[in-house]
Design a binder for this molecule. Sequence first.
Ligand code: CMP
Length: 152
Amino acid sequence: MPEAPKERTLVLVKPDGVRRGLVGEVVTRLERKGLTIVAARMVRLTRPIAETHYAEHRGKPFYGELVEYITSAPVLALAVEGRSAITVVRALVGATDPAKAAPGTLRGDLALAMTSNLVHASDSPASAERELALHFHDKDFVRYTRTDAEYV
Ligand code: CMP
């Protein structure tokens, strides 16, 4: 069977992950899976960027708290590449509600609250494209081959 195509997706280590010192844990799990980090940026999101990022949630009861929270401290924005990366990263991250996320996932192991749920990951190819363009410029993406590329 042919390999699934390579995809690129956006991951944000949210303010709780940064402030709890869990950036390394998130990056480690992505790397150990065999995914390639092709851009990284530590940044405090502005309100307009946060509102654009979460535009699909505008009007929902949790929207205000979500924007306040995501702008409250820096995030680590990552562009992550690999076979089926969008689906694979969502599986590594786990269910949106950490109380329901499976053990072994990032949220299942390391988070408990819905708003401060450690990590954001794009949920579809269209979201990945939109979110990557919001957080990165074309020149931010690097190209390299992992030394274990033949296995992953
Ligand atoms: P994230 O994957 O970043 O996408 C939207 C975020 O909204 C989600 O993670 C949660 O942090 C937050 N959120 C808060 N309340 C809810 C809710 N009831 N349903 C979905 N997402 C919620």
